[in-house]
Design a protein around this ligand. Structure first.
Ligand code: ADP
Ligand code: ADP
Ligand code: MG
Length: 619
């Protein structure tokens, strides 16, 4: 067995590999970029080596720097994780040439499966059914268009070097073909440095079903059953599960046998995934499931396979890389229960899934609800850490196991509902809605579901009246206070700022003996900050510092003072327009306008510093 391992990756997968390596008594070495100096994988490894600036092209993607780090620390083996250099045959070869152990397949296997057209040709030869289409050398527009017509619309144009859902165009009709081809080739050239494409029949109601395979250096190949990754957004996986809904024993047998044939055709060693596309318009049928591509690495969604088989796939990778035979034979592997994984992203579904970057002031993952299945979190971040703009915004994988699909699904939904991150936005409530969507709940899912249901799933969640009220009471003094507009005691309401937006909240119960300045409330996988809204200037200088902050986002419509001017307590400083209302900000005490940060017409964010008043000397 190897005794030391360098992990050429970051985030959750680096942490995942470190965890297993440690349990096997293997010394671990992390590499990190300048942006990751405080990252979790750096803290968890026994040693860590800085390999360069934040951009991955200058750090995590530079093979020489990683090899130098291995040499410097005496690491015996390199695990590439997924993404980055994991499917780079030249890097794998360089690792081997440096006398190190490469935790992955032979470079020749990576190369054989690296381009989708060559891989499909190889698979067809090995008797694996491949998606019907054209995968020839001739790349002229005329030939490609003719071939597309032969295949029959709709067709998919795919960059042969593509990955991560990029470089793909669905074409519904002949007249759109030329434009789609040109744009696909442009994207392929820019993203992959290779503009070759293939044409594929677009499978109706497509379901993405993949098979986990494993090979060793003693000629053995086994499969660890299938995963269904049909819930996708823009060809990228969102929720994955194992086994696949509606898969009967005979179909599974045929599919997994085809996957093993595929792996054997390239003398596959280590962990790999054979991806298939299935026609989901009827019941699953081995005759209507075709090879799509092979990923020659550990897959993001490998935990669902671990959960149903009880196998630690990283442990198998390390054993096989060390020359050991596969720990279990095919007839020793069985499916136990059901597992589901959701990719938790730092992104805002309500804003077109815009990545959300920044500090993680609050980071909390839900546990499996009482009486349900069990849960597992794979993450690479910690509270107080940050989501960097330089890398993939996935912050965790939330995984649930149950006796059956329903239990796994509800366990996962429960875990996501209890997760909360702030101020970074996450997609948890989107995931919860997807899990509760009627078709998904029935196991009736195809890759178009999110596109069809998108709007309903992506809506911004809003906190319930009960949660708002409880939070508001923590802000209001028990004895009431000026600045809150209170009605008759029976139906009191107060105004607050929820993430900077004014809200009126009914206050049924008591306020707090020790009111706080703000609270974070969390519900349905989302989190918000609630602050008191002291209107008409009371907000400015409320903390006694003389800082005049914008009480909400809005537009400055009038500035009544100048920098250096002496002002009296209560004197008007500026006027803000927001929510179609005007709000006057006044001086909190007698003093001088030490700083003025606002001009008429300017848009300002909530809590923007508009002015600062220095208090006049008493006396
Ligand atoms: P998968 O099915 O494992 O998601 P894909 O072929 O769709 O595989 O994607 C390629 C892999 O590269 C994925 O594992 C994806 O998460 C990973 N990846 C993409 N971009 C990055 C990045 N910036 N940093 C790390 N990993 C990345
Ligand atoms: P990548 O390398 O980007 O992962 P894939 O070939 O694995 O590319 O395809 C990604 C996704 O695109 C699949 O999971 C599936 O949703 C969709 N897809 C690919 N090929 C087809 C096809 N022939 N018909 C319908 N959908 C497809
Ligand atoms: Mg794929």
């Amino acid at each position: 067995m190897i005794t030391s391992l360098l992990i050429a990756n970051r985030g959750e997968i680096a942490c995942r590999v470190i965890r297993t390596a440690r349990s096997l008594g293997i010394r671990t070495v992390a590499v990190y970029s300048e942006a990751d100096a405080d990252a979790l994988h750096v803290r968890e490894a026994d040693e860590a080596v800085l390999i360069g600036p934040a951009p991955s092209a200058q750090s995590y993607l530079v093979g020489e720097k990683i090899l130098a780090a291995a040499k410097e620390t005496g690491a015996e083996a390199i695990h590439p994780g997924y993404g980055f250099l994991s499917e780079n045959a030249a890097f794998a070869q360089a690792v081997i040439d440096a006398g190190l152990v490469w935790v992955g397949p032979d470079p020749a296997s990576i190369t054989a499966m690296g381009l989708k057209d060559a891989a499909k040709a190889l698979m067809a030869e090995a008797g694996v059914p491949v998606t019907p289409g054209y995968m020839g050398e001739d790349q002229s527009v005329l030939t490609l268009a003719e071939e597309a017509a032969k295949v029959g619309y709709p067709v998919l144009i795919k960059a042969v070097a593509g990955g991560g859902g990029k470089g793909m165009r669905l074409v519904e009709a002949q007249e759109d073909f030329a434009d789609a081809l040109a744009s696909c080739k442009r994207e392929a050239a820019a993203s992959f440095g290779n503009d070759h494409v293939l044409i594929e029949k677009y499978i109706a109601s497509p379901r993405h079903i993949e098979v986990q395979v494993f090979g060793d250096r003693h000629g053995n190949v086994v499969h660890l059953f299938e995963r269904d990754c049909s819930l996708q957004r823009r060809h990228q996986k969102v929720i994955e599960e194992a086994p696949a809904p509606g898969m009967d024993a005979a179909t599974r047998e045929a599919l997994c046998a085809a996957a093993v044939r595929a792996a054997k055709a390239v003398d596959y060693v280590g962990a790999g995934t054979i991806e298939f596309i299935a026609d989901g318009s009827g019941a699953l049928d081995a005759e209507r499931i075709w090879f799509m591509e092979m990923n020659t690495r550990l897959q993001v969604e490998h935990p669902v396979t671990e959960e149903i088989t009880g196998v630690d796939l990283v442990e198998w990778q390390l054993r096989i890389a060390s020359g050991e035979p596969l720990p279990l034979a095919q007839d020793q592997l069985a499916i136990n229960g059901w597992a589901m994984e959701a990719r938790l992203y730092a992104e805002d579904p309500a804003r077109g899934f815009l990545p959300s970057i920044g500090r993680l002031d609050l980071l909390q993952f839900g546990e499996a609800p009482e009486g349900m299945g069990h849960g597992r979190i794979e993450t690479g971040v910690v509270e107080g850490g940050a989501v960097s703009p330089h890398y993939d915004p996935m912050i965790a994988k939330v995984v649930a196991w149950g006796e059956d699909r329903e239990e796994a699904r509800l366990t996962l939904a429960g875990m996501l509902e209890e997760s909360a991150v702030w101020p970074v936005r996450i997609n948890a409530s989107f995931l919860v809605r997807a899990l509760h969507q009627a078709d998904f709940a029935n196991g009736d899912v195809d890759t178009g579901l999110i596109a069809r249901e998108g709007e309903a799933l992506a809506q911004a969640p809003a906190p319930s009246a009960e949660v708002l009220e409880a939070a508001a009471r923590a802000l209001v003094p028990a004895s009431d206070v000026a600045g809150f507009r209170l009605n008759a005691p029976a139906a009191r309401t107060g105004w607050f700022l929820l993430e900077g937006e004014p809200v009126e909240i009914a206050l049924g119960g008591q306020g707090s003996e020790a009111p706080v300045g703000s609270v974070l409330l969390a519900e349905q996988g989302a989190a918000w900050r609630l602050t008191p809204w002291r209107r008409d200037g009371a907000h400015g200088g409320a903390d006694g510092s003389g800082a005049i902050l914008a009480p909400m986002p809005g537009k400055v419509i009038d500035v009544a003072v100048e920098e250096g001017e002496e002002v009296k307590r209560g004197q008007k400083l500026l006027t803000l327009e927001a929510m179609k209302m005007e709000h006057t900000l006044t001086a909190p005490f007698d003093g001088t306008v030490a700083k003025l940060n606002a001009e008429a017409g300017q848009q300002v964010q909530v809590e923007a510093l508009l002015a600062r008043i220095d208090e006049a000397e008493a006396g």
